[in-house]
Design a protein around this ligand. Structure first.
Ligand SMILES: [Zn+2]
Length: 237
C-alpha cells in the first residue's frame, strides 16, 4: 500500500462555483522513461494531484456521494484542444458536484497513465504512421490503459469513509471495476457526455467505445462522423 496523504484545504473560486481543494501526495518522484520500466512505473504514476469538494466536510453532502476521478489532459484543459472530451467531462463533473456535492479527484495521469512524454510520442505515431491510439500505445510497449485506481480509492475512503455509497461519474467500466476491486462501494454510475460535441470528439468517443469498451450510447455518435480521422480522432487522454 502506497503512502497517500491529503493536505489541508484551501478555497478555490471557479466558473463552476466555490470549492475546497486539498493536495494529494503519493510517494516520491521518479524518472520517466519512454519505454515502460516495471521497476519504476507503478511509483511514477499519479504521484500528485488534488481533490475538490463543494463542502469542507464532504460527508455532510447527500448520499450516494458523487465522485469523479479525472485524469489530466493538458491539451484540452489548458490549450482548449477540441479533439477529445476530457475538458468537457471535467466541466460537467464540476457542475454536478457543485449542485449535489461529492468530490472530484484530479491526478496527473496524462495519456491514461503513460505520462506526458509517452503521450506526445503516441500522438506522433498516430499522426505520422496513421496508427490508432491503442496501436500507438502498443508500439511503445504499453497497454491501452495504464491507470491504477489505488490512489483514488484511498482518497475516497479517507474523505468519505470506508463504507460510503458512491455515485461514480464516468463512462469507463474499467475504472468502475478497479475502484470496486479496491473496496469502493459504488452503487450507481452516471455517464458524462458533453452536450455539444464536434465531429472529431464524436469520432474520439467512438474509438473509446470500440477500443476501450467505454459506455458511449449510439445516439451520441452521429452516423456521419462515426469514423476515424487518422490525423486527429484517436488521440488518447
Ligand atoms: Zn483529452
Amino acid at each position: 500500500m502506497r503512502d497517500i496523504r491529503l493536505g489541508n484545504p484551501i478555497r478555490l473560486t471557479t466558473k463552476h462555483g466555490y470549492f475546497f481543494l486539498r493536495h494529494i501526495g503519493v510517494g516520491e518522484t521518479a524518472r520517466i522513461s519512454l519505454k515502460p520500466d516495471p521497476a519504476v512505473d507503478r511509483t511514477d504514476i499519479a504521484k500528485e494531484g488534488v481533490v475538490l469538494s463543494r463542502s469542507l466536510n464532504p460527508k455532510d453532502d447527500t448520499s450516494p456521494f458523487r465522485v469523479r476521478v479525472q485524469s489530466s489532459c493538458l491539451f484540452s484543459e489548458s490549450f482548449w484542444a477540441t479533439d477529445c472530451d476530457c475538458a468537457g467531462q471535467l466541466a460537467l463533473a464540476l457542475d454536478l458536484i457543485q449542485t449535489s456535492g461529492g468530490i472530484l479527484i484530479y491526478l496527473y495521469e496524462e495519456g491514461r497513465g503513460i505520462g506526458l512524454r509517452r503521450k506526445i510520442e503516441a500522438i506522433r505515431l498516430q499522426q505520422i504512421e496513421g496508427k490508432t491510439s491503442s496501436g500507438a500505445f502498443a508500439c511503445l510497449g504499453l497497454g491501452p490503459d495504464a491507470r491504477d485506481y489505488e490512489v483514488s480509492a484511498s482518497v475516497i475512503r479517507q474523505i468519505l469513509g470506508e463504507q460510503a455509497e458512491i455515485e461514480l461519474l464516468s463512462n469507463n467500466g474499467y475504472k468502475e471495476r478497479q475502484l470496486r476491486d479496491y473496496g469502493v462501494n459504488i452503487v450507481k454510475r452516471n455517464r458524462l457526455i458533453p452536450s455539444e460535441l464536434s465531429s472529431l470528439q464524436k469520432a474520439y468517443l467512438a474509438s473509446k467505445r470500440d477500443d476501450l469498451g467505454h459506455d458511449i450510447p449510439n445516439d451520441v455518435i452521429a452516423p456521419e462522423s462515426n469514423g476515424k480521422d487518422p490525423e486527429n480522432a484517436d488521440r488518447e487522454d
